[in-house]
Ligand binder design. Structure first.
Ligand SMILES: [Zn+2]
Length: 74
């Protein structure tokens, strides 16, 4: 799956609603309608911790500080 907001459709017991999912996770079963629950991508989103520009490897963002590289042991 891709990270995004999904429309969730249940088997009659609940109106369609929106829910967020993150790439790499699995769609859950519904506690009430089990595997009958359906997920349809409504809007793809970028999950910040997995966005290269926002949080690439070793990038340490400190509040109020200029982004800099951490670690870097020779
Ligand atoms: Zn359900």
């Amino acid at each position: 799956m891709v990270s995004g907001i999904y429309r969730v459709s249940h088997e009659g017991h609940r109106a369609e609603h929106l829910a967020t999912a993150i790439a790499g996770e699995q769609f859950p079963r519904c506690r009430r309608c089990g595997d009958s629950v359906r997920f349809r991508l409504w809007m793809e989103i970028e999950y910040m911790p997995r966005d290269w520009d926002l949080s690439g490897p070793n990038l340490l963002l400190l509040k109020g500080a200029t982004p800099r590289l951490s670690g870097g042991q020779a």
